[in-house]
Design a protein around this ligand. Structure first.
Ligand code: NAD
Length: 506
């Protein structure tokens, strides 16, 4: 069903609607009736309730997924791809509803969330294509033997997601697990469950019951998934501390588990003095994902490292450009930058801004609430710090908000040291018109994904993931599809040919 744009999105998409978990093809509330309140970050108002799963609900979801798995795997890639086709159509038809739910629930501007839904299309199309093209290997034997590899699904896969691209994560992050024959138990962030629960309705239309299960709640529900003995493989998107805890809790469950961890970043944008400044300023703002989620993105270039020769002019132009965006209620088309996701997160980001000032960085613009917006909303102006030095808290911590720090460099080796002397290693970008400088610098930066003269854009098929504490494993790629499969090598010994032939021709 398609959903028209309206002048009262909260009334249309949330008020009076029921948002239920999905277990074994049925829409259910938490078995003890517990719910949590949905807060609208644009106004601070309570606008609804979502279920909180009990430990029993998690058990039921895993049981339903286990029951559905053999038949799902037996469908083969072609059979499973047919469900993907149907789901892809449903996602397109429900674009407006999913985007509006994210804007209302998460505070990301609705235009950015429409882009997110559109971006899902590559994954919905691409993962089946990758799975269909998958091959195994044959290993040379000694003349009497043949070895070949085969792959099988793990069984039930756990998927735990972060708050910042809720619908995109709900739609896309389970796909590589599903196309390879696994069934899934998925949990969205407790801050932003609405679009995932709405996506549950589309999953039930397109996939057999129990193939996709959705439970909602916070850390306890996530822990129930991580430690469940039937879940051998878990995909996680979230912060470094939670990622570390998940590794620990997985081990404490007494079972060896396979994790992919897409974690935080403190990403550097390195600017050489030979660039077109206006283009780089545009790239810096785009790279902060300001108009997608107010900088609340893992890949944001929150550290901008600019050569001394152009530093002052760059800071002036960046400050001016940051003033050109309209902040506002997220579910209004005219809004460029929305609020942060929650009051708790807003307070944490404000604490980082305070730390920047106390540590002696120059607050060039922003740092406070913009005027003229709903009082209760969690708004923070795009904030720019200059004269940031490596030991400052804003230089080292992932802020996850609309806060940019600009560093000055003039010695190449010192600059590289600054860029790499950090525990994160997710993304980076290099801006120069010199090919040698660009590629050599990209090579020297310790990060999993480096842009040259670009930022933020992902291209389906290119592996995305972090070095160092930024993660484990790769997404969006063939590597990710393979990571949802157990490998098996079959070692076949041939018998004695003379004896066999004698039997066959007898
Ligand atoms: P978070 O770590 O607080 O929560 C992520 C998810 O983990 C939520 O669903 C949460 O309920 C769950 N969770 C919390 N404690 C848990 C526990 N003990 N066991 C199991 N699950 C638990 O992260 P967040 O605030 O939702 O998201 C922001 C973080 O996510 C940032 O650090 C950001 O960089 C990162 N992120 C990374 C990527 C990437 O691709 N690398 C993408 C998006 C976000």
């Amino acid at each position: 069903m398609s959903h028209p744009n309206t002048t009262d999105p909260v009334g249309t998409y949330v008020t009076g609607q029921e948002f239920k978990m999905l277990i074994g093809g049925k829409f259910v509330g938490g078995s003890d009736g517990q719910t949590s309140t949905v807060v609208n970050p644009s106004t601070g108002a309570d606008i609804g309730e979502v279920p909180v799963a009990t430990a029993k609900d998690v058990q039921n979801a895993v049981a339903a997924a286990s029951l559905a798995q053999p038949a799902w795997e037996a469908l083969g890639v072609a059979g499973r791809a047919k469900c993907f086709d149907k789901f892809r159509t449903l996602v397109k038809e429900n674009r407006e509803r999913l985007a509006m739910l994210d804007a209302i629930d998460c505070g990301n501007p609705v235009n950015g969330m429409r882009r997110d839904i559109d971006n899902c299309d590559d994954s919905l199309d691409g993962y089946p294509a990758m799975a269909k093209a998958m091959t195994g290997s044959v290993y040379p034997g000694d003349g009497n033997r043949l070895h070949y590899s085969a792959h099988r699904a793990y069984g039930v896969v756990g998927r735990i997601n972060a708050f910042n691209h809720p619908a995109l994560f709900a739609i896309c992050r389970a796909l590589p697990a599903l196309i390879t024959g696994n069934t899934v138990v998925m949990k969205p962030s407790e801050e932003t469950a609405l679009s995932t629960l709405a996506a549950g309705e589309l999953f039930t239309e397109a996939f057999p019951p129990g193939v996709v299960n959705i439970v909602t709640g916070g850390a306890a529900v996530g822990d129930g998934i991580v430690t469940h003995p039937s879940i051998k493989r878990l995909g996680f998107v979230g912060s470094v501390p939670t990622g570390l805890l998940i590794q620990k809790r997985g081990a404490e469950s007494g079972h060896v588990k396979h994790f992919s961890l897409e974690l935080g970043g403190k990403n550097a944008m390195v600017v050489f003095p030979d660039v077109d400044l206006d283009e780089v300023v545009k790239g810096a703002i785009h790279g902060m994902n300001m108009t997608t989620n107010a900088g609340q993105a893992c890949g944001s270039n929150s550290r901008v490292v600019v050569h001394a020769r152009i530093y002052d002019e760059f800071v002036t132009r960046l400050a001016r450009a940051l003033g050109n965006y309209r902040m506002g209620v997220a579910y209004i088309d005219e809004t460029d930058i929305g609020p942060l996701v929650s009051h708790r997160h807003w307070s944490r980001v404000m604490g980082c801004v305070q730390a920047g000032v106390e540590d002696g960085a120059t607050l060039v613009r922003g740092g406070g609430r913009p005027a003229g917006l709903p009082e209760g909303g969690f708004y923070l102006e795009p904030t720019l710090f200059a004269d940031v030095t490596p030991k400052m808290r804003i230089a080292r911590e992932e802020i996850f908000g609309p806060v940019m720090s600009v560093f000055r460099w003039d010695d190449y080796d010192d600059m590289l040291h600054l860029v790499n002397d950090i525990d994160f290693g997710l993304t980076a970008s290099v801006w120069t018109n010199d090919l040698t400088v660009a590629h050599r610098t990209a090579d020297a930066i310790q990060a999993g994904y480096v842009w040259i003269n670009d930022s933020t854009r992902h291209f389906f098929g290119t592996p995305f993931g972090g070095w160092k504490d930024s993660g484990l494993g790769r997404e969006d790629s063939k590597d990710e599809v393979m990571s949802y499969l157990e490998q098996k090598v079959v070692h076949a010994r041939f018998g004695d040919m003379k004896a066999s032939l004698g039997r066959v021709l007898r």
